[in-house]
Design a protein around this ligand. Structure first.
Ligand code: NAI
Length: 286
């Protein structure tokens, strides 16, 4: 069993999208050889490009030495076959659906020893429901990074019913080692931040739909009030598909409580494939 952060010799990140690329960057920057895997080869290349861009920006701003940027890139290895995805810790950042996450972890379990820790970056799903389907469920936990992962400090460490105490503590220490701020949270729908934040998005959509203000005005006002990003700009950053899936998951988990009812405005965008920054069109055009 892995006892301390120094026992973690290799990390793998599955899913090279918005979150996976950022998490892989954080892992490599913290000194860990890191594999970046995705079912779509083009997603791995796009993820690597995104990391290069992030590091380049940090160097330009004088926040990172060029040699540290190079060293981070050298610790990253694109991975195209799940059988090659072998590591001491595997963090998944794939689609927000329990059966898909379960099937990924089950397959990874066949290629990895029982000591490999499986962490899910899920925003809202029950980590206990995922763990229940995985051999040696005590090694499964939630490790919920925020977007953009390379910049946001907070990481929610989610203990499922099955998660071993030592595993949760090790992940806590790892997040500190990555220079971020870990917080232990219980396995409840949306954990803390996403549950509270739902109303930021949903209420903003209600206001826009009622015609009381347009979305640009709502964003501008909330930013002026001190929020880093207005709700519509933030939904576009997160990805409307991902944000919508998270709301839907909370709505279902809370037995269709009206306060979590997914927004019709966002549903329409998802339907049209207008997912936000990643597709060039969402509430705004990019
Ligand atoms: P995304 O849509 O940008 O990327 C997901 C990636 O996973 C895609 O490249 C897709 O090809 C890949 N993928 C799908 N199925 C796969 C499989 N079986 N094996 C390997 N790769 C697979 O999604 P995003 O935004 O990165 O979200 C990923 C996870 O992170 C979700 O669980 C989401 O709830 C969570 N999350 C998202 C945040 C956000 O702001 N977007 C913030 C925090 C958590």
């Amino acid at each position: 069993m892995l006892q301390s952060v120094s026992d973690i010799r290799q990390i793998a990140v599955c899913g090279a999208g918005t979150m996976g690329a950022g998490i892989a960057q954080v892992s490599a920057a913290a000194g860990f050889p890191t594999l970046l895997f995705d079912v779509k080869p083009e997603a791995v290349s796009a993820g690597m490009d995104m990391i290069r861009k992030n590091l380049g920006k940090a160097v330009e701003k004088g926040k990172l030495k060029p040699e540290d940027s190079d060293a981070t890139l050298q610790r990253l290895t694109p991975c195209h076959h799940i059988a090659d995805c072998r590591a001491d810790l595997i963090i998944e950042a794939i689609v927000e659906k329990v059966p898909v996450k379960v099937s990924l972890f089950r397959e990874l379990a066949q290629h990895n020893p029982a000591t490999t820790i499986f962490a899910s970056n899920t925003s809202s799903l029950s980590v206990s429901a995922i763990a229940a389907e995985i051999p040696h469920p005590e090694r499964v936990a939630g490790m919920h990074f925020f977007n953009p992962a390379h910049l946001m400090a907070l990481v929610e460490i989610v203990s499922a019913d099955q998660t071993g105490l030592a595993i949760a503590q090790l992940l806590y220490q790892l997040v500190q080692h990555m220079g971020k701020t870990p917080v232990h949270v219980k396995d409840a729908p949306g954990f803390i931040v996403n549950r509270v934040a739902r109303h930021y998005y949903l209420e903003a959509m209600e206001i826009a739909q009622s015609g009381a203000a347009d979305l640009q005005t709502i964003d501008r006002l909330l930013e002026a009030a001190g929020f880093r990003m207005g709700p519509f700009a933030l939904m576009d950053l997160i990805g409307n598909d991902v944000n919508f899936a998270v709301t839907k998951s909370l709505y279902e988990a809370f037995h269709e409580a009206p306060r979590f009812k997914p927004g019709a405005l966002q549903a329409a965008l998802v339907e049209k494939g207008e997912l936000g920054r990643k597709t060039g069109q969402g509430f705004y055009k990019y």
